[in-house]
Design a protein around this ligand. Structure first.
Ligand SMILES: Nc1ncnc2c1ncn2[C@@H]1O[C@H](COP(=O)(O)OP(=O)(O)O)[C@@H](O)[C@H]1O
Length: 207
């Protein structure tokens, strides 16, 4: 359980660090992640904190993000050069660990994975990833079906929908895609196929 005063302190520190619109987005992600955690049975405090701090390094200049990523081997050269937008997620755990030593590995991992995901996402990882996309301030064209699916589909399915919409967005915008994302996507679709298959065989048994 996080101490409310500590949460307030984190909020205040974030407010000093990012621009107002990013701060509002972070509050939205925090609240949405907390709601998702309540609905899907994850730790609500962890979700609120990870959501709040997920964009901690977002305001750092690209040159600084690239320097940190290079120094600590966080991303290959092609990612540092062509997709600097993903670097803030990879660098944040390092600075957050120094700033707030009480943050758990689970929370830091969810922050690290909020942009590109990973092939073994925890429930908390998925919750923060999804909350980043559907928080109330987001106005993407295809955000409505994602919001409508909350609580109607299981968390894996919601993550599948959110990841797919991110990839479609990147393709539509002619943006580079992190090379690991294809592997993540392949894992998502193969696990989904297995879930569908398992569901089908359960239905046959009942019939
Ligand atoms: N898998 C990916 N490969 C490359 N770029 C990505 C990927 N996912 C997101 N991005 C880009 O990285 C940037 C930061 O992503 P993110 O932190 O999720 O979004 P935002 O800054 O809107 O909160 C965005 O410009 C986004 O388009």
């Amino acid at each position: 359980m996080i101490d409310p005063d500590r949460f307030e302190y984190m909020r205040a520190r974030l407010k000093e660090r990012v621009k107002p619109s990013r701060y509002m987005h972070s509050l939205g992600v925090s609240q949405t992640a907390e709601q998702l955690a309540r609905i899907y049975g994850a730790n609500e405090n962890d979700a609120a904190v990870a959501g709040l701090l997920h964009d901690w390094d977002k305001a750092l200049p690209a040159s600084e993000l690239k320097r940190i990523a290079k120094k600590h081997h966080l991303a290959p050269k092609t990612v540092r050069k062509n997709m600097p937008g993903v670097l803030h997620a990879l660098t944040a755990p390092r600075s957050l660990r120094k700033e707030f030593p009480e943050l758990s590995d689970e929370v830091l991992q969810a922050i690290e994975r909020h942009t590109c995901g990973a092939d073994d996402m925890s429930d908390l990882d998925m919750i923060v990833f999804i909350a980043d996309i559907i928080e109330p301030g987001r106005t993407f064209a295809d955000v409505a079906p994602l919001r409508a699916a909350v609580g109607q589909v299981d968390l894996d399915e919601l993550f599948y929908m959110a990841y797919k919409s991110t990839l479609i967005y990147l393709l539509d915008a002619d943006m580079s895609i992190h090379p690991d994302s294809l592997e993540v996507w392949n894992g998502i679709v193969s696990q989904r196929a297995q879930r569908m298959e398992a569901r089908k065989s359960r239905v046959i048994v009942i019939e």
